[in-house]
Design a protein around this ligand. Sequence first.
Ligand SMILES: [Zn+2]
Ligand SMILES: [Zn+2]
Length: 253
Amino acid sequence: MKIHVVGCDGGIAPGKLTTCFQLSESLFVDAGSVCGGLDFDAQSKIRDIVISHTHLDHIRDLGFLADNMLGEIDRVNLYALPEVNRHLKEHFFNNAIWPDFTRIPSRHHPFYVLHDIEPETKYTFGNITVLPVRVNHVVPSTGFVLEDKEGSIVISGDTGPTERIWEICRTYKNIRGFFVELAFPNALQAIADASKHFTPATLKKELIKFERENTPISLYHLKPKYAGQIREEIAAQENSAFRFLNNGEVIHY
Ligand SMILES: [Zn+2]
Ligand SMILES: [Zn+2]
C-alpha cells in the first residue's frame, strides 16, 4: 500500500498542515489539508473522502475544496458516521459558517454527497478496503484499518486510550504499519485526558494493546507548539518502532 501523507500536524502554524492522508488519486482519509497540501490538478482528481470526525483540523479544507473545484468536479462523496454527517450539515455547511455545498449547485446534484457509514463494516474503493472502527474521542470518531492485497495499515484517528480498534487489529495477520495520534507532551496530561488525546506517557501504556515486533509505529497529530517537547519525550523512551510522519512524504508498505 502506498500512502501520501498530505498533512499530519495537530494544529496550524507556518508550514503546518492538518490531518489528511491520500490513499489513491481519488481516495482520501480526512480533509484537513486537501487544499493546503495539494495543487489544483491533484484536487481535481478527488472523488471520495472518508471523514474520521468533525473537528476542524480534519474537515477544514472541505470548505475550500468546494470553492476551488465547483464546476470542475461533478461531485465528491463524503463517508462518515451518521452523527458526523449530521453535524457537518448543521454546523459547517449551514449557510452561516460556509455555503451549503450539500445543496449547491443544486439539491439533486450537489457538490458533496454525504454517505453514512457503519462502524466495523468494510467499504471498498477500487483495490482498497476501509474498515472504520469507533475510537475514544470527545466527539463521535473513528479510526481505520486500511487493507489491500499487500497488507494492512491501521490509522488510530483522534483518540485517547481505546480498546476496540486494537482488538480488531489482533485478528489481522499482515499489518505493515500503525499511524497513531500523539497530541500533547506529558506536562499537559490533564488537557490530553480531557480532550481524549495521547501523551508519550499514555501512549507508552497503550502499546501493550497493539505493538508488534518489526512493525513501525508512525506518530502524527502533534500540536505544533509542543512538537519539540513531544519529540524529546518520545526519544527518551528509546523505542525503535517509533517514527514521526512528515507532511508530503509518500510511504510504501
Ligand atoms: Zn479531534
Ligand atoms: Zn485532530
